[in-house]
Write a protein that binds this ligand. Structure first.
Ligand SMILES: Nc1nc2c(ncn2[C@@H]2O[C@H](COP(=O)(O)OP(=O)(O)O)[C@@H](O)[C@H]2O)c(=O)[nH]1
Ligand SMILES: [Mg+2]
Length: 492
């Protein structure tokens, strides 16, 4: 009870930080078009990826306890389906789909975290669905089924960039299951590239579960070991790691019975509860949520700060350039005035001219050249400087390590766009203020919240009640505080 309230308090605090501090800055500098908290305020999500017919939809049906998704050997379902809980059904009602909506509803409704996926276009929208099911499995999470990856199908055939879509979904998801089947244990590159490119490196390992599914189809234990070995080899090739990630070995009992695989493979009896273990692991997804929220804040704060750093660096260079070119123009004008004055003394044509007139003429020449500079040359020089800086935009930042390089890669175009739209003219004072604010948010996300999280993990069950009660009091939260969470059912 206290624990739940404490977690709620932390979560609402994080959401508030994002909404109040990070989002306005993100929108101001074109980092994001939609409020950042839109991505995290909905319920925890589990994303299922894998080849076609690796058994994703069958696994989902097993988890939900009803045939919610279509299954079949051929690529049956080419849609992304978000499946979530229907609170409105009475508890005794049979498990079934009670509502189906199309992609447009999901993409344009700010209540859901999918607005950012709008950019994938019409073809994607027509392959995006939403189903409500009253399965208890969904009480605290939503599950997203995806069309299989077909290494042979090019992105153009799909009509949208599949890899980018799963990258975006993986970023929102709290847990990603990557499924393989014994027939295609090697074709995982597409999924892995998207995941590695989009998930922050430090959480990548915790957020992804690898599953070798349909193991009842291996003809013997030796066959299973061979398949397992191949998969491990392929995964280590792709991840570039020598240690092998944990791989869950599972199969659908019903399907195995249908295909008479159970009596042939007696090794399966040792692996029977793996499906249940996997289910338990998936049900833990909400526990990852807080950790993911902290990571979300860290990642975005880091990226926005990096972006602001580059923009500040641009303004500093522009200012330096302006001073320098003003100095040169001033010197040149003084030079022109002095030359004119000297000439008027030396040249016999002006010998009769009074001194005052000569001085006035020299000052006029100096002033004219300054005016000419400020109306014509200054602009031309600035434009040249501006174009050159944009062309060598990487020089605006230091990219001393891989983390910085990866971060810069994600914001480089945004920086370019902002510089182009503003023509490089914006007040540096505001930028500095925002920059400091973003780092404060980062500190809060990474330090305070992570400290709270590790405290949460370390606390023993006996001390729990007292601890959380004190914490809540300390933070000024009441037991039944509703804590601004959109819907309590949407929250764990
Ligand atoms: N023998 C066996 N067949 C399975 C298993 N899981 C799924 N299948 C079958 O494999 C086919 C593809 O499954 P499906 O869930 O549609 O795969 P998806 O394309 O990944 O969603 C279907 O015909 C299922 O009946 C399993 O664990 N064992
Ligand atoms: Mg399917």
């Amino acid at each position: 009870m206290y624990r739940d309230n404490y977690i709620k308090a932390l979560r609402s605090e994080l959401l508030e930080i994002v909404a109040d501090e990070l989002t306005p800055i993100a929108i101001r500098y074109n980092y994001s078009e939609v409020p950042l908290e839109g991505n995290i305020k909905w319920r925890p999500q589990v994303l299922l990826l894998g080849n076609y017919s690796s058994g994703k939809s069958t696994l989902i049906n097993d988890f939900l306890g009803a045939k919610v998704q279509n299954t079949g050997q051929a690529p049956t379902d080419d849609s992304f389906t978000v499946i979530t809980y229907d609170h409105s059904q009475p508890p005794e009602a049979p498990i079934q789909v009670s509502e189906t909506r199309d992609g447009k509803f999901l993409l344009s409704n700010p209540e859901y975290p999918f607005e950012t996926l709008k950019k994938h276009g019409q073809r994607f929208a027509s392959h995006f669905r939403y189903k409500k099911v009253n399965s208890p499995f969904l009480k605290n999470l939503a599950i997203i089924d995806t069309p299989g990856m077909l290494d042979s199908i090019s992105e153009r055939d799909r009509g949208y960039d599949y890899q980018e879509v799963i990258g975006d979904l993986a970023q929102i998801a709290d847990l990603v299951l990557v499924l393989f089947d014994p027939h295609k244990a090697g074709t995982v590159r597409e999924a892995h590239t998207s995941l590695r490119d989009t998930l922050p490196a430090r959480t990548f390992e915790d957020r992804v579960l690898f599953v070798l599914n349909r193991i009842d189809e291996c003809s013997s234990l030796i066959d299973l070991l061979r398949v397992y070995g191949t998969l491990c080899w392929n995964l280590s090739q792709i991840t570039g790691r020598k240690d092998i990630p944990m791989i869950h070995l599972t199969y659908s009992k019903q399907e195995a019975l249908k295909s008479n695989n159970l009596q042939d493979s007696n090794y399966l009896k040792f692996l029977q509860n793996q499906r249940d273990d996997l289910k338990k692991a998936v049900l833990k997804a909400p526990c990852f949520r807080l950790d993911n929220l902290a990571t979300f804040i860290e990642t975005h704060a880091e990226r926005i700060a990096h972006m602001l750093e580059a923009l500040i660096s641009f303004r500093k260079r522009a200012r330096k350039f302006s001073f320098k070119s003003f100095g040169i123009a001033l010197l040149a004008s003084l030079g022109a005035a002095a030359t004119a004055f000297l000439l008027s003394i030396i040249a016999p044509t002006f010998s009769g001219m009074p001194l005052l007139q000569r001085a006035i003429a020299a000052v006029a020449i100096g002033l004219t050249s300054m005016i000419f500079w400020s109306f014509y040359f200054r602009k031309t020089f600035y434009n040249r400087f501006y174009r050159k800086t944009l062309k060598q935009i990487d020089n605006l930042t230091t990219l001393e390590n891989q983390t910085r390089r990866d971060c810069w890669e994600t914001i480089r175009n945004t920086v370019l766009l902002f510089l182009s739209n503003s023509n490089g003219k914006y007040p540096i004072g505001d930028l500095r203020h925002d920059y400091r604010k973003v780092w404060k948010v980062y500190e809060k996300g990474s330090k305070e919240i992570r400290e709270a999280l590790s405290e949460l993990n370390e606390i023993s069950p006996e001390d729990e009640e007292e601890f959380f009660k004190n914490r809540l009091e300390l933070n000024g939260f009441k037991e039944d505080d509703s804590l601004h969470v959109q819907s309590v059912q949407d929250f764990v």
